[in-house]
Design a protein around this ligand. Structure first.
Ligand code: ARG
Length: 395
């Protein structure tokens, strides 16, 4: 009997090449799975493309709601920004896509798992680790195994009559509800400003002359309403991507350390993520004690690092989730953001659990804070530092 491989299929260059490779070089039947995490592709076209490539069966799985609820929302609670910049859009989607592939792999009784990741990126780690956590089947990753580069792939695609759209010829793009990652081509010169045609979600020209405002309401760390209207998880993210993108908000351009050690220049469009993480972390500072704020940022960094590094499955990640969930009990309230020509600023926040007290903080009359008490406190607070300084100056 012919061997059968299952492949996470996006319809792009890499995964199209992989289908042909599995069929020709491995003499395998191929089952393809496209998981909709909000990349906004035309799923009819993708399944037609899969059919044209001669796959035995193609699946489209709508996982948008699951993606937001089980992956994006936990990342908001963790204020997750890898290296303080990247909201983990791709990193969050990979474990979910791999899990969906595994589910169908069982049903289809395949003999191998496959993906289109290269050996230079992080996605191979995320796919492999999730797949390994749920199956012992061999993993075939032809782009990695054959050390293929994009030029060779494009040639291979041409030879096999695989159509590749013009953007994919210029850049490597991955997108979902949480963000759009653009790599490669001219962006590989880290000193070159990305040309404006790189951006699709975020407006970079003719920006509105007036600022726009957005109000985000959180309950226990999760966004539940925007601009006074309750929205379901998927709609909420879509709404913010549109609104903040139109105000020019959400472009990230930084140097990123990949798991495999490569430094890469990464460009992202992440309007909703930028707003939500900014708003959420601001609200946390209003309701958490300074001790909670200081410690949680360590936990947040560790969480982001694990998820980036493909270790979604590690027990430490769920240990941290328990801590983070517990910390969200009082993270309820509303944050007001102002967006203007690409800038974003928190301009207001309120919460019924606010630890901010005007009575205590006010510089005006009638503060309940007794300044006289501060004198002794400051003396003791600085004790070691002042003693050390005196001693060292004497020497
Ligand atoms: N650097 C980001 C990450 O590792 C984005 C990767 C995007 N993937 C791609 N195939 N273009 O999560």
């Amino acid at each position: 009997m012919k061997q059968k491989a299952i492949l996470a299929f996006s319809g792009g260059l890499d995964t199209s090449v992989v289908v042909k490779y599995l069929q020709e070089n491995h003499d395998m039947d191929v089952v393809t799975v496209t998981v909709d995490v909000g990349q906004g592709d035309d799923y009819k076209k993708i399944s037609a493309k899969a059919k044209r490539l001669g796959v035995k069966k193609h699946y489209n799985i709508d996982a948008k709601k699951e993606f937001v609820t089980n992956f994006i929302f936990p990342s908001i609670k963790a204020n997750a920004l890898y290296q303080k910049k990247y909201c983990l859009a791709t990193a969050l989607a990979r474990p979910l896509i791999a899990q969906k592939v595994l589910d169908i792999a069982k049903k289809e009784k395949v003999t191998a798992l496959s993906h289109g990741c290269s050996g230079k990126g992080n996605d191979q780690v995320r796919f492999d680790v999730t797949m390994r956590s749920g199956s012992n089947l061999p993993i075939i990753a032809p782009i990695r195994d054959l050390n293929l580069d994009r030029i060779t792939e494009l040639k291979f695609a041409k030879k096999h009559g695989i159509k590749i759209d013009t953007v994919a010829k210029k850049f490597s793009i991955d997108q979902n509800l949480w963000g759009r990652a653009i790599e490669g081509g001219i962006l590989e010169d880290p000193f070159k400003e990305p040309p404006s045609d790189v951006f699709i979600w975020v407006k970079t020209k003719n920006l509105p002359s007036k600022p726009s405002y957005v109000e985000i309401k959180f309950e226990k760390g999760i966004p539940v309403a925007v601009d006074g209207k309750s929205k379901n998880p998927v709609q909420l993210i879509e709404y913010l991507n549109k609104k903040a993108g139109a105000a020019g908000v959400g472009i990230v351009d930084h140097i990123e350390d990949r798991v495999v050690g490569i430094k890469s220049r990464e460009v992202y469009e992440t309007p909703a993520a930028t707003c939500l993480i900014e708003a959420h972390s601001d609200l946390e500072k209003m309701v958490h004690t300074k001790h909670q704020t200081k410690f949680k940022s360590l936990v947040d960094d560790e969480w982001s690092w694990l998820v980036y590094s493909g270790l979604w499955q590690d027990p430490l990640k769920s240990d941290l989730d328990s801590f983070i969930d517990q910390s969200q009990n009082y993270v309820s309230g509303t944050v007001k953001l102002k967006m203007y020509k690409g800038s974003l600023r928190v301009v207001g926040r309120k919460s019924k659990y606010s630890l901010y007290s005007k009575d205590i903080a006010t510089y005006g009359k009638g503060s309940t804070f007794d300044q006289k008490l501060a004198k002794g406190f400051v003396e003791l607070w600085g004790l070691q530092s002042t003693e050390a300084n005196k001693l060292q100056k004497k020497r």
